[in-house]
Design a binder for this molecule. Structure first.
Ligand SMILES: [Zn+2]
Ligand SMILES: [Zn+2]
Length: 292
């Protein structure tokens, strides 16, 4: 499968001279299976450029849009996703089942005339909506496992198995244990301690690529408790414990410059190297394409 990052930022888009290298657009990741099925994880502002690329490639566009949740930084690009305005194109949008509101009305809400000139219902393409619960689904020829994450609103992580590879997209999640702990070299670590964190580690176990929340540094984390995000140290320790192959640090803090992200990445790599096991770590960057 092929993975391409179109938006790597968390919270709010921050274009400018200090975010050129890792990107200023909010969350959007494209994945293509060998059979050509299109998966899009989140529709932050990065989805606009993805839409342009899909139209430039020509032909009808069909795809599966899997939303982690409906915070603005994960949906705000959708009204600017040009393929959704073209009749004949077809998309299915998936998100966690919210008992209070249905997905269509949440997405239509940000396109009411007060906010946007075109209504969701008038976009042109055929758009289906599908609520997901925790569990396993067959989507686009892939096996998709869905698990709740620990965020401030209903948020889903996706574990997608296709082409004999596993991609996990799990962003906007806060570890339960406040202190990250490197794997105990003496053998089976007692990490993670909290049942919720153990569940997360099982969910990401053995992934060929894990794209996950690494918004904070460990020293910033105590001031951000309850905001629903992870420290990079937690992300590394979970990935090592789960024997993940490749870790993409994602959902960069809007206040983090390119230099800051590079420093965060170097710290993550040093921490993983000390624990052994050969975890490869990269910082997600807009335009970066990976083959897994
Ligand atoms: Zn977010
Ligand atoms: Zn969020």
């Amino acid at each position: 499968m092929q993975v391409r990052f179109w938006g790597t930022r968390g919270s709010i888009a921050v274009p400018g001279p200090t975010t050129v290298r890792f990107g200023g657009n909010t969350s959007c990741v494209e994945m293509r299976t060998a059979a050509g099925e299109l998966f899009i994880f989140d529709s932050g502002t990065g989805i606009r450029a993805l839409g342009q690329a899909l139209l430039a490639a020509g032909g009808p566009v069909r795809g599966h849009i899997l939303l982690s949740h409906t915070h603005w930084d994960h949906i705000q690009g959708f009204p600017f996703f040009a393929p959704a305005f073209v009749a004949g194109n077809e998309f299915t949008i998936y998100a966690g089942r919210d008992l209070d509101r249905d997905l269509e009305s949440v997405l239509a809400g940000q396109m009411e005339y007060t906010y946007f000139p075109v209504r969701l219902a008038d976009m042109g393409a055929t758009v289906h909506f599908r609520d997901l619960d925790e569990g396993e689904y067959a989507i686009g020829g892939a096996r998709v496992q869905v698990q709740y994450l620990n965020h401030t609103s209903l948020t889903m992580g996706y574990r997608v198995q296709a082409d004999d590879r596993v991609l996990v997209y799990a962003t906007d999640t806060e570890p339960h244990d406040r202190t990250p702990r490197p794997l105990d070299r003496r053998g089976q670590a007692l990490w993670p301690v909290h049942e919720g964190d153990r569940r997360f580690v099982e969910f990401i176990r053995g992934a060929d690529l894990l794209i996950t929340d690494a918004q904070y540094l460990a020293e910033e984390f105590p001031q951000k408790l309850g905001w629903g995000h992870s420290s990079v140290e937690h992300a590394v320790d979970f990935a090592v414990a789960a024997q993940v192959r490749r870790l993409a640090l994602f959902h960069h803090d809007p206040g983090r410059t390119d230099e800051g992200v590079a420093t965060l990445l170097a710290r993550a790599q040093a921490r993983a190297a000390r624990q052994g096991g050969g975890l490869e770590i990269l910082a997600a960057a807009e335009g970066l394409t990976l083959t897994i």
